[in-house]
Design a protein around this ligand. Structure first.
Ligand SMILES: [Zn+2]
Ligand SMILES: [Zn+2]
Length: 373
């Protein structure tokens, strides 16, 4: 049992019960969550003379809410003193409790300006891609758009019933489970309120938290609205899911971002410019110190995946493969499925956008050919 615990990745560990100071003036509360690969989410707590700021206050679950309240009470910072909630991005483990806190304390709710969730009726649906469609798969994309137009607004909010942009078999249980988890707050409607940001920021804005100036850093990739925070004097960087200590965030091909992987790689390269950072505070797992080093590792990880894809179709007929075929080269069998295909699709589209691959539709399914030079 303890060996298992020992080898368990830090992001998967159950929440710690203590509230350490992880950077000057920043406390960490670990809140419970249970998703494949994730055992807790970090809520960062920053006190100043006006009260308290929280970054990512956890899931919409009542259990998490109770832990958050108890931990805040333990350190003498009651919920009603919270003046600001910052949410790093539009995943429910990060924003789940945000609106409820706002109702208790009147806190400002800060997100990136792109912030949106599934149940926001005026927002474009996350799963309808706007793709810069090349001529050779116009027909494929046209058919998908037609199919999407036919379904009702309500159905469009059940993303698992939609065709996949790369064609082939419908989404499998793994993606459905993930999406269901993301939509779970709807099932808790009595307690749960969708987040309504009161302040939307863009890159480079200054927030006053803990009597210090924190700079907002827009880091699209994992989501279009991902926001990190930089405190330059102490060298503190709050990284959300953009950088995690031992796992890489899921990069989805099923997104309104036109270039999810390209954006992510640029957001990682940008980390090299913050060379005064001393401590990185991720949303899952423990603090770490080498911002540039960890960024480089993740860039290299995706570089290796692109390399694997480039070599995968060498022996295939016409050097072409479908998205699920490529996916089997990138992922181990236990990971095969729509989630893996979605990430593979993001990588293939990245190569296509760089002019290194072409795609065409055959029998309703995309086939990609990658050029070797
Ligand atoms: Zn996330
Ligand atoms: Zn997360």
């Amino acid at each position: 049992m303890s060996t298992l615990h020992h080898t368990m990745r830090q992001e998967r560990q159950p929440p710690q019960n203590h509230v350490p100071e992880v950077a000057p003036g920043v406390l960490r509360i670990q809140l419970p969550m249970n998703m494949p690969g994730l055992g807790h989410v970090n809520c960062y707590v920053i006190e100043d003379r006006n009260g308290v700021a929280l970054i990512d206050p956890g899931t919409p679950d009542l259990r998490s809410w109770k832990v958050l309240k108890a931990r805040l009470d333990e350190v003498g910072l009651p919920m009603k003193r919270v003046h600001t909630v910052v949410v790093t991005h539009s995943h429910p483990d990060h924003y789940g409790a945000a609106q409820r806190i706002r109702e208790v304390s009147g806190a400002e709710l800060v997100t990136h300006e792109n912030f949106k969730t599934y149940w926001d009726p005026h927002e474009e649906d996350d799963f309808i891609r706007e793709v810069a469609v090349p001529q050779d798969y116009d027909a494929q994309m046209g058919a998908i758009e037609q199919a999407l137009l036919k379904v009702t607004r309500r159905e469009r909010h059940s993303p698992w019933d939609r065709p996949l942009p790369w064609g082939g078999a419908p989404p499998d249980g793994q993606l459905k489970e993930r999406l269901r988890w993301r939509i779970k707050p709807l099932l808790l409607t009595k307690l749960w309120q969708p987040p309504k940001p009161s302040k939307r920021v863009v890159d480079g804005e200054v927030l006053l938290l803990g009597d210090k100036e924190w700079v907002s850093v827009h880091t699209p990739g994992h989501t279009a609205d991902h926001l990190c925070l930089l405190e330059p004097t102490e060298g503190i960087f709050v990284s959300g899911d953009h950088l995690l200590p031992t796992i890489t965030p899921h990069i989805s091909g099923l997104t309104t971002q036109k270039r999810p992987l390209g954006d992510f790689l640029l957001s990682l390269e940008r980390m090299y410019t913050f060379d005064d950072v001393k401590v990185v505070l991720p949303a899952h797992g423990l603090e770490f110190h080498d911002l540039a080093g960890r960024s480089k590792e993740i860039i290299e990880h995706h570089g290796m995946r692109l390399e694997t894809l480039t070599n995968a179709a060498v022996h295939a007929p016409e050097n072409e493969l479908t998205v699920p075929d490529y996916s089997r080269h990138l992922f181990k069998p236990h990971a095969w499925g729509t989630m893996a295909d979605s990430e593979t699709f993001a990588h293939l589209e990245h190569l296509r956008q760089l002019g290194k691959a072409t795609a065409r539709a055959v029998d309703g399914e995309l086939r990609y050919r990658i050029h070797h030079h």
